[in-house]
Ligand binder design. Sequence first.
Ligand code: ZN
Length: 293
Amino acid sequence: MPELPEVETVRRGLERLVVGRRIERCRVLTAKSFSPGDGAVVEGAVVTGARRRAKLLALDLDNGLVLLVHLKMTGQLVVRGRESWGAGHPSDSLVDALPDRSTRVIFDLDDGSRLFFNDQRKFGWMRCLPAADAAELEFVKRLGPEPLDANPWPEFRRRARRHERAVVKAVILDQSVVAGIGNIYADEALWAARVHPSSRVADLSDRKLRAILDAARAVMEESIELGGSTDRNYVDAEGKRGAYLDFAKVFRREGQACPRCGGAIVKTRVAGRGTHLCPRCQRLRRASGPGSA
Ligand SMILES: [Zn+2]
């Protein structure tokens, strides 16, 4: 599933290649992928901005509408024209001839290029609605601070401290505490901050909480630098995924050596999610409970 850095990579590509372009034609090939069903609502409109909130993308249009895009499990956006660019879910559709079987919506742009919304599993969506309504969407209003914003710490601290008894991994995955941290970045951030994923928030100092947030930011920024999962590092579907997940120190590296201490990385289950950690660097501490050291 594309995580926040991949979605930010998509946003930057849209900003570079689609903002400023007029949508001449919009063909909806799969009705459930585009609301309201008919692409005519965006035809003739100029794209004036590409924004992101958590993993939700928003293309601002000069006709008063906003086109929201959620990639969900397998969504990707691809531009073909003077330049070939694509990002999101890593699959052959990033590099193959388009449209293909995963193509759901095609936008013809005024510079002769085309924007393709591909989505193998059809959980992703595009939704066009008035700009004022987009800001009022309930799930957007509930979201916690953006980890990549200038100073998310005070708001993150306030929201995380409401869950003192919860395990920290569940708390940083909670989108109302901090927006856009998924399973990969949660594991990587906890490893970098040397915090066991099952630690209770109550047992973590502010310094440790802040270390987790800072680590999440750093890992995400590194991943964006590497291009997220884009056609630049995508190779093919035979197990070669280019630089995708190359940044990971523990995620999907069970049995391998921890790059910090050489101990074996293990996979376990925390907060209902597959969880990777180094038991040597990430000791479980119970500062507030019985038997605390
Ligand atoms: Zn270690």
